[in-house]
Design a binder for this molecule. Structure first.
Ligand SMILES: C[S@@+](CC[C@H](N)C(=O)[O-])C[C@H]1O[C@@H](n2cnc3c(N)ncnc32)[C@H](O)[C@@H]1O
Length: 125
């Protein structure tokens, strides 16, 4: 499920522009507030792994779903650099998560994109 729009953004995904660092810090704050008792995490639209990789490093079992192969390739490279071997990367659309059984995850993240950008567009998803 290639997506040229997101594929093109993958190389710059790690660079925080303008208020992005604040935005990312606030997202971390929300995540941290929901981690009590959590073992498994589904990160929908995980991008290049800004949250999935640190969470996997901390011992959570993380499944990272994204529709952009370029984002996933970058996430895989960054996970390797970080010494993370447990991150499960899945190429899939946020619009069809039926491959996962109901209640498979303790915590589901959908941060900055995957649903809000899933509206009717020229893209195939
Ligand atoms: C702006 S990035 C956000 C990445 C990360 N969640 C974060 O908060 O930093 C949005 C990500 O969502 C993915 N995405 C957007 N729409 C999607 C969809 N319908 N299905 C799967 N992934 C999608 C894009 O490929 C991209 O990697």
């Amino acid at each position: 499920m290639a997506d040229a729009f997101w594929d093109a953004l993958a190389p710059s995904e790690e660079f925080d522009r303008d208020d992005e660092a604040v935005n990312r810090a606030l997202r971390w704050r929300v995540i941290e507030s929901h981690l009590a008792g959590v073992e498994t995490v589904l990160d929908i639209g995980g991008g290049t792994g800004a949250f999935s990789i640190p969470l996997a490093q901390r011992g959570y079992r993380v499944t990272h779903v994204d529709g952009s192969r370029a984002m996933l390739e970058r996430a895989a490279a960054r996970a390797t650099e970080a010494g993370v071997t447990t991150l499960e990367l899945v190429e899939a659309s946020a619009l069809d998560l039926t491959r996962f059984a109901d209640r498979s995850f303790d915590l589901v993240l959908n941060l900055d994109g995957a649903i809000s950008f899933s509206g009717r567009t020229a893209r195939p998803w």
